[in-house]
Design a protein around this ligand. Structure first.
Ligand SMILES: Nc1nc2c(ncn2[C@@H]2O[C@H](COP(=O)(O)OP(=O)(O)O)[C@@H](O)[C@H]2O)c(=O)[nH]1
Ligand SMILES: [Mg+2]
Length: 226
């Protein structure tokens, strides 16, 4: 790629209950690895990655804000909803409660984010739910699938959300989730729904002179911890 390292910067937020795998999805996206025992997120973590959307002939720099899913951080994380172009609304397919709670996370997003934001519902931990039989030998506190693909798909449709099942552990569906959301955002940009100067979550590229490091395809840093 010469001259330009990315065409758009898109700001994403990742939201949902604590423990559903938000940080793990971000680490999988940026570092292609999985941590069995990650530290709980405090406040907000940040990661970025370049992805290519070949049909659009565009390179997109994703800037992802991983919000802490606990009530005590809710007021902090709300301010991060503003200016996001995309949202991953994550639940755990082995936790019905996390799926039920996705409604209130969505309500938060709707209240605080750009009304044109693209939201994708992500059913994470699909690796624990493969096969129809209830899993009986799972470690930790999981008991196999508690939310069917059909039910989640139906709810996503009702709410106008995109939908994918994923596994931060195996990598299944993770990049796809971000790509599907990016395609939708780029379509909105093309159709004029997002305007670059008015939508802070979508930024057009500047020439390389503005200091973008081509080699820095992914990075993950922690900030804003309290
Ligand atoms: N089996 C499985 N475990 C996962 C997956 N994603 C996350 N986990 C585990 O779930 C726990 C919570 O993950 P974390 O990313 O901290 O969740 P967060 O609180 O939403 O950020 C950790 O023990 C992870 O190792 C997954 O896709 N499959
Ligand atoms: Mg986390």
């Amino acid at each position: 790629m010469s001259g330009i390292s990315w065409h758009y910067v898109l700001k994403f937020i990742i939201t949902g209950d604590a423990g559903v795998g938000k940080s793990s999805l971000l680490v999988r996206l940026t570092d292609q690895r999985f941590l069995a025992n990650p530290d709980p997120t405090l406040g907000v973590e940040f990661g970025s990655k370049l992805i290519t959307i070949p049909e659009e002939n565009k390179v997109v720099k994703l800037q992802c804000w991983d919000t802490a899913g606990t009530e005590s951080f809710r007021s902090i994380t709300r301010s991060y909803y503003r200016g996001a172009a995309g949202c991953l609304l994550v639940y755990d397919v082995t936790s019905r409660q996390s799926f039920v709670n996705a409604r209130s996370w969505l309500a938060d997003v709707r209240q605080h984010a750009d009304p044109h934001l693209t939201c994708i519902l992500v059913g994470n931990k699909a690796d624990l739910a493969s096969g129809d039989a209830p899993a009986v030998t799972l470690p930790s506190d999981t008991f196999g699938r508690q939310v069917s693909t059909e039910e989640a798909e139906l709810w996503a449709k009702e709410e106008g959300l995109l939908f994918v099942e994923a596994s931060a552990k195996s990598g299944q569906g993770v990049q796809e989730a971000f790509e599907v959301a990016c395609r939708d955002i780029l379509r909105k940009v093309r159709e004029g729904v997002f305007e670059d100067d008015r939508s802070p979550g979508v930024k057009l590229s500047k020439p390389l002179a503005n200091g973008v490091d081509l080699n820095q395809q992914s990075k993950s840093t922690q900030c804003c911890g309290t």
